[in-house]
Write a protein of this length. Sequence first.
Length: 71
Amino acid sequence: MATDTLAHSTAHAHEHAHHDTGPTKVFGFWIYLMSDCILFCCLFATYAVLVNGTAGGPAGKDIFELPFVLV
């Protein structure tokens, strides 16, 4: 039975310097938070503008009967 082995020093290439990715991750997190904020601000602004826009048709309270919504 033949066994091929390599010495520990020849099995690994030289080590690379450690790169710190901390500031990049923090910056990416802030970009994500700001994009989420913009998305939800646009959602709420759209609702505020269109909440009463029925174009002369019936409103939601005229169509649906919801007397005890919170109970």
